[in-house]
Design a protein around this ligand. Structure first.
Ligand code: SF4
Ligand code: F3S
Length: 78
């Protein structure tokens, strides 16, 4: 699945939401999150983010690290 990383925090541009054909991008308090099972890997959201927050999961910059992965998981665990 694609993942929204740290640059989205407190930016929340929401351009990605418009592009997603399966509406799997959800709004959290400080960032948006892609549902890992609902995402169909179409890639449509990735180029439209003005702060380049969106990556395929395997390509996420390592320096964004586990914190964001944890907040993603926590968001969908609620
Ligand atoms: Fe939605 Fe496609 Fe982005 Fe997945 S890759 S979140 S399906 S626009
Ligand atoms: Fe966030 Fe970029 Fe979408 S800032 S809301 S991931 S367009």
């Amino acid at each position: 699945a694609y993942v929204i990383g740290l640059p989205c925090v407190d930016v929340k541009d929401r351009s990605c939401v418009e592009e997603c054909p399966v509406d799997c991008i959800y709004e959290g308090r400080r960032a948006l999150y892609i549902h890992p099972e609902e995402c169909v890997d179409c890639g449509a959201c990735e180029p439209v983010c003005p702060v380049d927050a969106i990556y395929f999961e395997d390509d996420l910059p390592a320096e964004w690290g586990d914190d964001h992965a944890a907040s993603n998981a926590a968001f969908f665990a609620e």
